[in-house]
Design a binder for this molecule. Structure first.
Ligand code: ZN
Length: 279
């Protein structure tokens, strides 16, 4: 009899530990795009100081191959991996995918996978859409290439220019269309960051998007060093849990994807234009 009870207890415990862990409030994902040199020289030491996780989305686009003043080397990217940060795929040529060119996405991803293999970096399982350009035809290609999580921008719900966005909602947002809560702009202040991370509550995750700190080759998404210092200090002192995109796995395991990945985007767009949802 006692043995049966023990067995029952074991079954219950096993069931309890399966499935997703609840998403805590103040959960923030940090992402850095475009392989910018200052991500190694400025961002890396600051993240290490605060023990923050982060994902670096790597591309060989722009002037990556010739301008090593503004872009990281693969040796630096490999060091970020060895430091414990996540290396994500941002395509070879900073390839803005759309419904016409999606057939080329696979080779664009494979080129970065090959470079990672050469530099002993694990095959990326996270992806960021270059230029935040999304297309429904991209989703099966990403899945086939082993991508678990794909980050988009705050658009189309919000205009690209201001960098506003929305938080990821469990079960509503497809894991290959994870929205950006805030995409840092040169004129951002600490208030913009506070607004973006305030969305990280009630089971929602705030994914932040940064480029270089500073970013001399992409001035329209530059973040001044001083501002970035304020942002990270605020996250640290505010008790935020700051992780890489791959680290959301334990919170989303076993959750069914929405039947129509784009339905939530349309619903939100309508709500925003009707004024029923605060921008
Ligand atoms: Zn980019």
């Amino acid at each position: 009899m006692r043995r049966n009870w023990m067995l029952l207890l074991l079954v219950v415990l096993t069931l309890e530990t399966r499935g997703a862990e609840p998403i805590p409030d103040k959960l923030v994902v940090l992402t850095f795009d475009d392989s910018v040199a200052s991500q190694f020289t400025v961002v890396r030491p600051l993240l290490q100081k605060y023990r923050f996780g982060a994902t670096f989305f790597i591309t060989e686009g722009f002037s990556f191959s010739t301008d090593k003043k503004n872009y990281m080397t693969w040796e630096q990217i490999a060091q970020l991996h060895r430091d414990g940060f996540e290396i994500g795929n941002h395509t070879r040529d900073h390839f803005g995918v759309n419904s016409k060119n999606f057939a080329q996405l696979k080779e664009q991803l494979q080129a970065i996978n090959d470079r990672c293999a050469t530099h002993q970096i694990p095959k990326p399982t996270s992806f960021a859409y270059p230029g935040n350009s999304i297309a429904k035809e991209a989703l099966p290609v990403l899945a086939e290439m082993g991508i678990r999580f794909a980050r988009r921008g705050g658009a189309p719900e919000f205009p690209y220019e201001k960098g506003g966005g929305l938080a990821y909602e469990l079960g509503l947002d497809h894991l290959l269309l994870i929205p950006t809560a805030g995409d840092a702009r040169p004129d951002w202040t600490l208030d913009n960051l506070k607004k973006a991370v305030a969305l990280a509550k009630n089971g929602k995750i705030a994914v932040l998007q940064f480029h270089g700190v500073p970013d001399l080759d992409h001035p329209w998404v530059n973040t001044p060093v001083e501002r970035f210092g304020e942002y990270m200090k605020f996250l640290n002192e505010g008790g935020f849990k700051v992780i890489a995109l791959r680290d959301i796995e334990k919170y989303v395991t076993g959750i069914d994807p929405p039947p129509d990945p784009f339905a939530i985007i349309e619903t939100r767009k309508k709500a925003i234009s009707n004024g029923t949802s605060a921008p």
